[in-house]
Design a protein around this ligand. Structure first.
Ligand SMILES: [Zn+2]
Length: 336
């Protein structure tokens, strides 16, 4: 989709500079003008409460503390999630899972320092079985795209993010809500700027960059694994790395090229606290925390992204492996 990662990312000019009279021309030009208003704004789009704490959380914590306005949009309430922490698997928790997950989300939000909004769809659940059962009626993943995109378009036009973060086309993992979250995010990135679409959802706004999370990737797990072995610790990643090696002939999906490495190691503990706040979803003694933060800081101190769309040029400095800032190419355009 983009030439990101080749050293120079060229703006997709059909969006940045529509010709006179072309659809979107007015929207894009007014969006470019109002883009000059600070502060910098980052929108992270997620399927369920807890996803924001496992993907890009340290990045958000860092940007918030640098004065960036960060909004997490959570498409569903996580109503059909399992209870993944044995200590929380109690009848009274099961009976009020939706309410408890809201409270967990509020706690994680405060730890990260972000703003957060539920966009009101109902969790589709992860269908299990062979063949998998049909998705439950009315759930997020069964919504027609134009219905599913609408609240996100309204949120984009209201919050006016410069940068949007979402999942890749496989959803990061094949949960139907994650795949749907990818689809609505890509669609909203385009539709929010088009005055002819969703005219009752606010003034058009064109975000400038769209990134995919690249979180659970091989290079990172290899680095963490090697560091743990080097220190004489038992690595929790051996099995996963072996599975990847087995899969080499038939990869389950493309691993996106990392274009952007955001240093955020100082916020790994904040991320872990936010994760722990999702007590029904995260076991504090489980694999999430099996690699100590200080080892992660040393072995892999960044959170990583794939630049999927860009309307600005960003230069990757000579000798660097990628961008180190989600706002590269944007900072200089925004008056703060
Ligand atoms: Zn999820």
């Amino acid at each position: 989709m983009s030439s990101a990662g080749l050293g120079h990312v060229t703006a997709q000019t059909e969006h940045a500079q529509p010709g006179p009279g072309q659809p979107g021309a007015a929207a894009a030009s007014s969006a470019m003008l109002s883009c000059a208003d600070g502060p910098l704004r980052l929108m992270a789009i997620h399927a369920h409460p807890d996803d924001e704490s496992s993907k890009g959380a340290a990045t958000m914590a860092r940007y918030v503390r640098e004065g960036v306005d960060v909004l997490v949009c959570t498409l569903t309430g996580g109503e059909r999630g399992d209870i993944l922490n044995k200590a929380m698997d109690r009848p009274e928790v099961r009976a009020n899972l939706a309410g408890i997950r809201r409270a967990e989300m509020a706690a994680a939000r405060d730890i990260l320092g972000v703003r957060q909004r539920f966009l009101g769809f109902v969790d589709s659940g992860l269908p299990e079985g062979d063949p998998p059962p049909p998705l439950p009626e009315g759930c997020f993943a069964l919504q027609p795209l134009e219905v599913a995109v609408r609240p996100l378009v309204a949120a984009v036009r209201e919050f006016r993010p410069h940068v949007m973060l979402t999942y890749d086309e496989n959803g990061g993992y094949p949960h139907p809500d994650h795949v749907m979250t990818h689809r609505v995010s890509v669609e909203a990135f385009e539709a929010a700027a088009d005055p002819d679409r969703y005219p009752d959802c606010g003034e058009p706004w064109q975000p400038l960059k769209l990134y995919y999370f690249v979180t659970f990737h091989r290079a990172r797990f290899t680095a963490l694994h090697n560091k743990m072995i080097e220190l004489g610790l038992e690595s929790v990643y051996a099995e996963r790395l072996a599975a990847w090696a087995d899969e080499d002939d038939e990869p389950s999906g493309p691993e996106h090229e990392i274009t952007t490495y955001v240093p955020c190691a100082d916020y790994f503990e904040v991320r872990d606290q936010a994760l722990i706040a999702h007590a029904t979803q995260v076991d504090p003694d489980g694999p999430w925390f099996a690699c100590p933060a200080e080892i992660q800081r040393e072995a892999w101190p960044t959170e990583d992204y794939h630049l999927a769309r860009s309307l600005v040029d960003t230069d990757i400095p000579e000798g660097r492996r990628g961008e180190d800032d989600l706002f590269a190419g944007i900072r200089e355009k925004v008056r703060r």
